[in-house]
Every structure is written in C-alpha cells, then in structure tokens.
Design a protein. Structure first.
Length: 352
C-alpha cells in the first residue's frame, strides 16, 4: 500500500511538472522607489512583482529597492535608468521635470475633475504621447511605462487659517518642490513659494519657515504634519498626484515579445493598485485628521471655480515657457474632453 501511494505521488508530481514547465530565471528587473513600505509605490511594486514573476512562469525576477540605497533623487535615479544600472524607477512630475520639463503638465491645476476622469486620461493615448516624447528626449534610453497615483489629490493645507477663497492664501509661505510649475502656481495665487526638501518639511512647518504645503491627506498624516501645526486643510483638489513609472528601454526591448507583454500587463496591474490604494488609505487619514482637531473644508462649486479662474495664468505660463508644453497641454486637454464626454454618456446609461 505504501509503495502504491509513493508511486502515485511521484506520478502526480511528474504530471504537474509536465503541465507547468518551470522556466529558468532569465531576466532580473531592479525596481527603485525613493519611499517606504507604507507608500502606494510599494503597494504597486508588490502587485507588479507578483504578476510578472507568475505570468512569466519564473523567467523574470523582480527585485524591489525601497528608499535611497541605489539612488537618492529623481535626477540621479533617472540617470541610472538611462545608463542601465536601474531598470525601473517611479518619480513624481517634480522629480522628472529637470529631464522632461513637460511632465509638469500633471501639476497644472484644476484640469482633471475627479478620479474617473484622471484614471481614464492616464490609461490612454495621453500617456503614450508622453512616452514618445521622453524616448526621443532621452535618446531612446528611458521609457515611460505607465502613470499611476501616489497620494491621491494635492490640496492646500496650512498652519494659519481656513482657506475658502484664493485670496485667503495671499502672503502665506507655501512649501513647494523645486520644479517651476508648482512655484508658478503659488505665486499666481499671491502666496510665497518656498522650496523645501521633503525630509525637512516637518521642522519647517514647526518653526514657521513655511506656513503651508500642497499635499494629499495620506502624506500629511503619515508624516505627522498636524503635530507640527498643520491644522487647516482645504479639499480644492488642484492636482492629481501622478506617479510616473520609468523603465530602461534597453532592458525592455532586449526581452522577447512575450516577456514584454508580461511586463506591460504587469504595469497595468501596478497602475490599478496605485489608483485604488490612496482611496482606501485616505478614509482613516481624514478621520484621524479631524479627530486631532483639524479643520477640514470642502469648497463649494462656486469657490472651486474661483480657484480655477485665479489659476488661469499658470496655463499660459506653461505653454509659453516649458519645452514641449504646448504640445502636451493640447494632448491632455483633448484627452480630458474625450474622457469627460465618455463618462457622461456612461453615467447616463447607468442611471436609467
């Protein structure tokens, strides 16, 4: 009996091996995110790793490097992608603006109305156009794979007062990244743009070096900014926090077509994970903010329109001063118009 069971187990093992032939690991993708394991970037990379390794049947291995062990900022990391020492890197628009200034189109205020519009726009030809532009400008070395999300929507938050109208920001020292467009927006709203590195923002809020910032709620709470005095948050949703996922084009194109298909599908899975994560994580974050005494304000449609009108000069500045700005702005506007129309038609059918 024991002999029969042993023979049966061996037969089943051999059958499984024949049905699912294991492939030797042939490719390694080294992926870098300058954040931590509590971030949406990590969620996306975990989904990407699981899908790609499984769908390639072990032919592709994904190594994840969180933090700054391989590179420390956008310029350095993208250089690593171009040279091939890094295979995948995720940046914000600010982190990539030095090399690809037109990616700042993602920071243009009040262009995309909500998550459904943003997700439809970023899943279509707008991203493919930006990919083509980046490939050309990088000499064919850096490929934009997808655009996801990292933190939801940017909102104005500060330590001083409730902001209901654009004029409430006048004179306030607002932290921005080094990129030009966020600084231009803050200046247009008659506040004082103050570039501060992210790790220094808590202390800068605490000491009054800056009085406000432009961030999503999950970042605000994960960094404990309310403890530094950040108690006023206005949900104006002026920019969708796009996450640009770059890959070494040489590494990607060196793979056979079936493996490239797996990688492309893996980035789709990653994108969907990063679309979803901030929505879930924002629920307890908002609850914690309010429970701690934070003032959470939702502008009326008229007040939000006032913000959008006040920010209009930023569009003119972008198209006139940013290399490739007019081209990518036109593509985004067309994509937003198309997405909005399609969603309105879909909603009309769904509510009948």
């Amino acid at each position: 009996m024991l002999k029969k069971m042993t023979t049966l187990a061996a037969t089943l093992t051999m059958t499984a091996a024949l049905a699912l032939p294991a492939m030797a690991q042939e490719y390694t993708i080294r992926a870098v995110a300058n954040s931590n394991e509590n971030d949406e970037d990590y969620d996306g990379l975990q989904v990407f790793k699981s899908y790609v390794e499984s769908a390639s049947n072990g032919a592709i291995e994904v190594e994840i490097y969180m933090g700054t062990q391989l590179c420390s900022n956008g310029a350095e990391c993208l250089q690593g992608v171009a040279e091939g020492s890094i295979d995948v890197y995720i940046s914000t628009s600010g982190g990539a603006a030095g090399l690809f200034p037109y990616v700042q189109v993602l920071d243009l205020p009040y262009v995309m109305q909500d998550d459904r519009v943003a997700e439809k726009v970023l899943s279509g030809d707008f991203t493919r156009t930006m990919r083509d532009m980046a490939l050309e400008d990088s000499g064919g070395t850096i490929r934009l794979m997808t655009i996801g999300n990292t933190g939801g929507w940017r909102n104005f938050a500060n330590t001083k007062r409730r902001v209901q109208r654009p004029e409430d920001l006048k004179g306030m020292k607002i932290r921005t990244v080094v990129a030009d467009l966020p600084q231009e927006l803050v200046s247009t709203l008659e506040a004082a743009p103050t570039p501060i590195p992210w790790p220094e923002l808590f202390t800068s809020l605490q000491t009054g070096v800056v009085e406000g910032t432009k961030n999503g709620i999950t970042d605000i709470m994960s960094m404990k900014f309310p403890e530094a005095g950040l108690q006023y948050l206005t949900l104006d949703g002026h920019a969708y926090m796009g996450a640009l996922w770059w890959m070494s084009n040489d590494k990607f194109m060196a793979m056979p077509e079936d493996m490239r298909r797996v990688v492309v599908d893996g980035f789709y899975q990653l994108q969907q994970a990063t679309f979803a994560a901030p929505k879930r994580k924002s629920i307890p974050a908002y609850e914690e903010f309010v429970a701690g005494g934070g003032d959470l304000y939702v502008p009326s449609p008229e007040e939000k329109q006032a913000f959008a009108e006040a920010a209009q000069p930023v569009y003119e500045w972008f198209t006139a001063n940013v290399q490739g700005g007019q081209e990518i702005f036109d593509v985004m506007q067309a994509a937003v118009t198309k997405a909005t129309k399609e969603l309105e038609e879909e909603r009309a059918r769904d509510i009948q």
